[in-house]
Design a protein around this ligand. Structure first.
Ligand code: NI
Ligand code: MN
Length: 226
C-alpha cells in the first residue's frame, strides 16, 4: 500500500485495487505550488473529513475531472451535489460499506462549514477495516477520549493525524492519541502550511522516538510504501 503526500492534510492512499484521495487542498497551498500538479491527480474515491476550505478546496474540480466517488458527512455531500457532483456517498457517524470495504466515520472535535458558508455537519475521521493495511485518519481534531474506542475495532497498521497545534492536536497530543488508538506508526499532517502551525520537525520526531514510536513527516510529493 502506498501513501503519497500532497501537502497539508491532502494525501493519496493506493491499494492494489483503488486510489483513495483525502482532503484535497492543493491550489490554495503555497507550499505545494510547483511540487504537485492538481490536474494530474487520479482518484477512484475522494474522502472529505469536514467542510473547511483547507480540506475541500480542490474537491469539486478533482471530482468533476476524475468522476471519483465523493464520500463524507451528509452535509458536505449535499454541498458537493449542489455544485454538480453526482457520484457521491453521504454518511454520518458509524460504520458503512463502501466500494473498498468496511469503514467507520468517527467523530472529530472541531468545526465544519463549507467555503460558501453552508453548514458542514459534523467533522470526522475515517477508520479503514478492509484495506491491505488497516489505518485511521483522524481528520482535524483535538485529542478526544473517543479515540480509546479504536483498539476495540481493530489493530491498526498506521494512522494519519494532525500535529500542527492551534487548530488541532499538536505533537504532544498526537503522542497521547497514538496510545489511545493503539498504534505506534504515525504519519503527521496539518503542519507548516500556515504560520500558526509551524513545527520543529526534529523535535517532533525525537518525542516519538523517545516514546518508542515512529513519527513520519512526509515531504510534499513524496510517496511512502507502507
Ligand atoms: Ni478544519
Ligand atoms: Mn484544517
Amino acid at each position: 500500500m502506498k501513501f503519497t503526500f500532497y501537502g497539508h492534510s491532502c494525501f493519496l492512499i493506493e491499494t492494489q485495487k483503488e486510489k483513495i484521495l483525502f482532503d484535497p487542498f492543493l491550489s490554495g497551498n503555497e507550499l505545494a505550488a510547483g511540487k504537485v500538479d492538481v490536474n494530474s491527480i487520479e482518484a477512484d474515491y475522494i474522502l472529505a473529513s469536514h467542510g473547511h476550505g483547507d480540506h475541500v478546496g480542490d474537491l469539486l474540480s478533482i471530482a468533476t475531472r476524475t468522476g471519483a466517488q465523493v464520500i463524507g458527512a451528509f452535509e458536505v455531500i449535499t454541498w458537493a451535489q449542489n455544485n454538480g457532483i453526482k457520484n457521491v456517498h453521504p454518511m454520518n457517524f458509524g460504520p458503512a460499506r463502501l466500494g473498498f470495504g468496511k469503514m467507520h466515520f468517527l467523530p472529530a472535535a472541531h468545526s465544519s462549514a463549507l467555503p460558501d458558508g453552508s453548514y458542514g455537519g459534523n467533522p470526522g475521521g475515517f477508520l479503514f477495516h478492509d484495506t491491505e493495511k488497516k489505518f485511521y485518519y483522524t481528520g482535524d481534531t483535538c485529542l478526544t477520549m473517543d479515540m480509546q474506542l479504536v483498539p476495540r475495532y481493530t489493530k491498526l497498521d498506521f494512522a494519519i493525524m494532525p500535529i500542527g497545534g492551534n487548530f488541532t492536536m499538536d505533537v504532544d497530543d498526537a503522542l497521547i492519541a497514538s496510545d489511545f488508538i493503539g498504534c505506534d506508526k504515525i504519519i503527521g499532517v496539518h503542519f507548516d502550511t500556515f504560520g500558526y502551525i509551524r513545527i520543529d520537525h526534529d523535535a517532533a520526531k525525537e518525542k516519538f522516538r523517545t516514546a518508542g514510536k515512529e513519527l513520519i513527516l512526509p515531504v510534499i510529493g513524496e510517496t511512502i510504501e507502507l
